[in-house]
Design a protein around this ligand. Structure first.
Ligand SMILES: Nc1ncnc2c1ncn2[C@@H]1O[C@H](COP(=O)(O)OP(=O)(O)O)[C@@H](O)[C@H]1O
Ligand SMILES: [Mg+2]
Length: 372
């Protein structure tokens, strides 16, 4: 059953360049227009932040808090199948976020999964051209929206990697075995989820790319760090479980890890390998091909998530970059979304199908544009 959700109200306090702003939204398309640097991206970023607790523009939350303010608050009313929930997230730089659900304090994970978004933005080019970390983040964000408990698993794993690396750096080996076991256990769980996710995404990526690039073939494949390590050392794994294999590999690289003070095996070193035709995309694809592939990855994530329930679609400043074929592919998708946010500096760049209710953004203030 489809249980499409949308956000009907948003309140921002000390978020980016918003001091105090309340906005009502409707289903369908909302256009945010205004000159550059006024807060269009900031506003859609706040909505997207509720979906994954991460931003497509920064890795540190400090930048999300209005400069000079102690903390930011994002509050949203999410409507789903007639049910309304008010979720609130307080971001305090350098400290854990705090959450409320219907005004009562809850663990942050309890509000994950209520708002789901897929964002297209100029930064998406980094999915193809950037470091493997960009592609891991792409996968992890989808995994969180499909399965909110993945966020807990991932942060537990990241902590294990940090603490184990600190131990390796210190050169002490006592207690390392305990961390090996934990890394193998959480690492195997993450690997399994990522492998399934990539398998589910792959046909959608191929289809979207073919549609954008006149039938050309693109592929995505997970290149797990475990397999890379096994190949390098010719480890015989037989029918061992993923966890056991991870443990064997970790033990195999022990001396190198101590030499370098790094955790060398585990999903924190996975790569999502992208290819176009027979060639790897990274380093080979042209600018246009890279763009198409980045779009195909986002389109695929939207299609996959929409199988369960359509996420909110955010198209941040993308139309100026796109040719008519790509514009119409994106516009097609809009029909499947319950709610769409489109930002543009120039209204004329937005395709006809996407023109909707217009809000003007000016220096951190949002106003309705009345019909002429
Ligand atoms: N933490 C912050 N505190 C105050 N202002 C901020 C903060 N982060 C970003 N800004 C301001 O927000 C503006 C950029 O907003 P943005 O939403 O990216 O613009 P656009 O409308 O072009 O999408 C810039 O002027 C920037 O200085
Ligand atoms: Mg912008």
């Amino acid at each position: 059953m489809v249980r499409a959700m949308y956000v009907s109200d948003l309140a921002l306090s000390d978020y980016r360049n918003y001091a105090d702003q309340v906005v009502r939204f409707e289903r369908g398309v909302t256009m945010l227009v205004g000159r550059n640097g006024q807060g269009k991206t900031n506003l859609v970023e706040a909505i997207a932040y509720l979906a994954t607790f991460s931003s497509h523009r920064v890795s540190a939350d400090a930048a999300l808090v209005r400069s000079g303010a102690p903390g930011a608050v994002i509050r949203a009313k999410a409507v789903e199948a007639g049910r309304e929930r008010v979720i609130e997230l307080e971001i305090i730089a350098g400290r854990a976020n705090r959450a409320k659900l219907n005004r009562s304090p809850v663990k942050t994970r309890e509000i994950l999964g209520i708002v789901r978004t897929v964002t297209f933005a100029p930064e998406d080019l980094a999915l193809v051209k950037g470091d493997p970390a960009e592609r891991r983040r792409f996968l992890d964000e989808i995994a969180i929206m499909r399965m909110p408990r993945y966020a807990d698993l991932k942060s537990r794993y990241d902590k294990i990697v940090r603490q184990r690396a600190a131990l390796l750096k210190s050169g002490r080996t006592s207690g390392l075995e305990v961390w090996d076991l934990q890394l193998a256990s959480a690492g195997a769980e993450i690997s399994q989820i990522r492998a399934q996710l990539v398998a589910d995404l792959a046909p959608h990526v191929a289809e979207a790319y073919a549609a954008l690039a006149e039938g050309a073939v693109a592929g995505v494949q997970l290149a797990p760090s475990l397999e890379t390590t096994e190949e390098r050392y010719g480890l015989e794994t037989g029918a061992a479980s993923l966890e056991q294999r991870m443990l064997t590999a970790v033990q195999k690289v022990r001396q190198r890890e101590l030499d370098r003070g790094l955790c060398l095996v585990g999903p924190h070193r996975d790569e999502l390998a992208l290819s176009i035709g027979d060639l790897p995309a990274r380093g080979y694809a042209s600018h246009g091909e890279s763009w198409s592939l980045a779009l195909a990855l986002r389109l695929a994530s939207f299609t996959l998530l929409a199988d369960d329930d359509p996420p909110i679609l955010i198209l941040d400043d993308v139309f100026a970059e796109l040719d008519s074929r790509r514009r119409s592919r994106l516009a097609q998708m809009v029909g499947a979304a319950e709610q769409v946010f489109v930002t543009a500096a120039v209204e004329g760049d937005v395709p006809e199908e996407l023109v909707g209710r217009t809000l003007r953004v000016d220096a951190g203030t949002v106003t309705e544009v009345s019909d002429e």
